[in-house]
Design a protein around this ligand. Structure first.
Ligand SMILES: Nc1ncnc2c1ncn2[C@@H]1O[C@H](COP(=O)(O)OP(=O)(O)OP(=O)(O)O)[C@@H](O)[C@H]1O
Length: 274
């Protein structure tokens, strides 16, 4: 696919000093408005998602983070009252174009949810299932290799290699979340969306997932919704701050947390609003 290389659009003047000489945008969203049954939840959001980087979406409860995330792989299609307007592109292609096969799109843009949700199947099957239905393996050996590779990339293989036939639900919460990440990886997505992936986990399991996110960005573009500013600061390269359905500010995480340009962002990161 042709890559989209251009200078980053920074909302905040004075924050341009960047480690990235050339930024490659994996997804571009322009004038995105979303409403539920006529109630506006997102207003004219313009945000570009950088390839092989982690972008964190932060902001007070109800500001529209999850709504925005779910636009990126058309999960909002599943909500009958939800109307999405504007343009959302993966590479050069509008994902809301009527010719888009949503199943294929969700293979390219995978999702990990707040609560680990393994299928009621074995550990092996949880990972193999998607690869099999998408025809990614020619035979058992190839499928085994995909399962092994995905579990390794999700940092889980060593813990489960001798019990691949055990139910996915027999794992701890943190292991289940890594299993869900392995399941997402197995179908070779380009983008992984994570909706508060650590909110149900203890600090040790959270630390493992955060380390994993850091490693995964070498291969994947990651967008994460988090309520934890510490987590956003630890795992993300870019941060977008939402407030009452609007994107207030976005830029390099370091800049957003140390020199926010907008008073609302500053109030949020200093704990004055939340
Ligand atoms: N399925 C839905 N039906 C109707 N309104 C919804 C639905 N989902 C979200 N909303 C509304 O859209 C707005 C944005 O919600 P959203 O869940 O995207 O916010 P959020 O920033 O992710 O919140 P939180 O941090 O609490 O998860 C809120 O006013 C919410 O009530």
């Amino acid at each position: 696919m042709r890559k989209n290389v251009e200078a980053p659009t920074k909302s905040a003047p004075g924050t341009e000093a960047s480690a990235d000489d050339a930024v490659v945008y994996k997804m571009k969203t322009s004038d995105v408005c979303v409403s539920y049954g006529g109630n506006l939840a997102l207003k004219n959001v313009n945000l570009n998602i950088r390839e092989n980087r982690v972008t964190a979406l932060i902001g007070p409860s109800g500001c529209g983070k999850t709504t925005y995330l779910r636009c990126l792989n058309r999960m909002n299609d599943l909500i009958p009252t939800c109307k999405v307007e504007g343009s959302i592109k993966l590479g050069e292609h509008d994902i809301y174009d009527r010719n888009v096969d949503v199943e294929v799109l969700r293979r390219r843009i995978g999702m990990v949810f707040q609560k680990p949700n393994p299928f009621p199947k074995t550990i092996y099957e949880n990972v193999a299932y998607g690869a099999r239905i998408h025809g990614l393996a020619k035979g058992k050996d190839e499928l085994d290799a995909i399962v092994k590779k995905s579990l390794r990339r999700a940092g889980l293989y060593d813990e489960v290699e001798h019990r691949l036939d055990a139910p996915g639900t027999s794992l701890s919460g943190g292991q289940q979340q890594r299993l869900c990440i392995a399941r997402a990886i197995a179908i070779e997505p380009e983008v992984i969306l994570m909706d508060e992936p650590c909110s149900a986990l203890d600090p040790i399991a959270t630390a493992k997932i955060e380390e994993l996110i850091y490693e995964l960005k070498e291969r994947y573009t990651i967008v994460i919704v988090t309520h934890s500013m510490q987590q956003a600061a630890r795992v993300s390269d870019y941060t977008a701050y939402f407030h009452l359905g609007e994107l207030v500010e976005e830029g390099e995480t370091n800049h957003i947390f140390t020199a926010p340009q907008n008073s609302k962002t500053e109030a949020y990161i200093t704990g004055r609003i939340g």
